[in-house]
Design a protein around this ligand. Structure first.
Ligand code: PLP
Length: 402
């Protein structure tokens, strides 16, 4: 066998080195150095009103004194991490707080949204295997869904460009249409373990799934012994004006995944499990080194308390519907916005231009927004944004659309 020669390393000095960060993102040109409230500041002293929130993460904005105090208090214990081989109070308290506020009986902590979904798939399969044997293992995701970039979560993500270069993806995961008639034929009780749904599809253009659709899906899955997983990684924890997005349609899932805002910007994911799923899980079925450590859990406990505040949630609902009304007014007053979708502090506008062009023009005007597809601009203000902040953002957006 002939050895394949390796290219010799290319010497370069740190100053002439190309960007050492792997080019998986097209980053905006400015360098951010500071944040305060809903505002970010770059190295040249420019300020930006942030309606991207680190992609739905920074619900409490930047430099929040409560988060800072929670971090300092957590540091005072000297414990950042001990592993899941030992007990610590903050993770257990956080799990209890999530259980008290939801349908769940127990919680598994991990480190990201994709990881939470991969965990949910495993838990659903474990339960389904007890119920229907090894044949009952299929996971069905929906057209337009986004669930992450790992192999099973990518298989559940309806983005051909993200999937194609990495085939074969995880097996036993397929995508169905957002139609109860189609799902009726797809959801075979003998072979399907779970269906995963974002109650508000974020990445594919901010599509709020109809309450009737979610109710129909719940009835169908319950009748067939199929687990219903809600991916609330983006739409959960207050963004819709409810602590959990499932509260709006009043449809309770069997499993629910969280991540983005949970620990105030520290990496953390969670899977919430109903009692019947949780009781099928044994020690050793799943694990992760970092999940639910004392430092991250202490911060998340503070964030969860704040995001559970009924006044904050009511304000997100009220100001959110005012904001949506203003976006609709903008759409009616000019031809540059074709459609407006969303609720709470989660909105998508379909633009005539390319969405990334609008994002660049908004950035130049001092407003950070992100895309959700080729022609959709996504607006995700921090949940602490005031009516005044929202109004300022709208004016900058209008300029960027000109
Ligand atoms: N699920 C949803 C609904 C998301 O919006 C995202 C990320 O945007 C993910 C899962 C993946 O989360 P992460 O990037 O933390 O892996």
């Amino acid at each position: 066998m002939t050895a394949i020669p390796l290219a010799p390393p290319v010497p370069h000095s740190p100053t002439t080195a190309p960007n050492a960060l792997l080019a998986t993102y097209r980053r905006a040109p400015m360098e951010l150095v500071r944040g305060e409230g809903c505002e970010l500041f770059d190295a040249d002293g420019h300020s930006y009103l942030d309606f991207a929130s680190g992609i739905a993460v920074n619900a409490l904005g930047y430099d929040d004194p409560g988060i800072r105090a929670a971090m300092v208090a957590a540091m005072d214990t000297g414990l950042i991490h001990v592993s899941n081989l030992y007990r610590t109070a903050p993770g257990a308290q956080l799990a209890r707080a999530l259980v008290e506020r939801s349908f769940a009986a127990s919680v598994f902590f991990c480190n990201s949204g994709a990881e939470a979904n991969e965990g949910a798939f495993k838990f659903a399969r474990r339960w389904a295997r007890v119920l229907g044997g090894p044949a009952k293992h299929e996971i069905i995701a929906l057209r337009g869904g986004f669930h992450g970039r790992l192999f099973a979560s990518l298989a559940a993500t309806d983005r051909p460009a993200y999937r194609a270069p990495f085939r074969p993806l995880a097996g036993g995961v397929s995508i169905g249409e957002r139609s109860l008639a189609e799902l009726d034929t797809l959801l075979d009780a003998e072979t399907v373990a779970a269906v995963i749904v974002e109650p508000v599809q974020g990445e594919s253009g901010v599509r709020v799934l109809e309450a009737d659709f979610l109710r129909g899906l719940r009835e169908m899955t319950s009748a067939r012994g199929i687990a219903l997983i809600f991916d609330e990684v983006q739409c959960g924890l207050g963004r819709t004006g409810h602590l959990f997005a499932y509260e709006r349609p009043g449809v309770v899932p069997d499993l629910l995944t969280l991540a983005k805002p949970l620990a105030g910007g520290l990496p953390m994911g969670a899977v919430l499990l109903a009692e019947h799923i949780a009781s099928s899980i044994q020690p050793g079925d799943h694990g992760t080194t970092f999940g639910g450590g004392p430092f991250v859990s202490s911060v998340a406990l503070h964030v969860l308390e704040r995001l559970s505040d009924p006044d904050l949630l009511a304000r997100v609902r009220d100001d959110g519907s005012w904001f949506g009304g203003e976006l609709n007014r903008m759409a009616r007053s000019g031809a540059r916005v074709r459609a407006v979708r969303g609720l709470g502090f989660m909105w998508g506008i379909d633009v005539v231009a390319s969405a990334s062009e609008v994002v660049s023009r908004a950035l130049t005007a001092g407003l950070l927004v992100c895309t959700a597809g080729e022609h959709t601009v996504r607006l995700l203000p921090p949940l602490v944004a005031t009516r005044d902040d929202l109004q300022r953002g709208l004016s900058m957006l209008a300029d960027a659309l000109e």
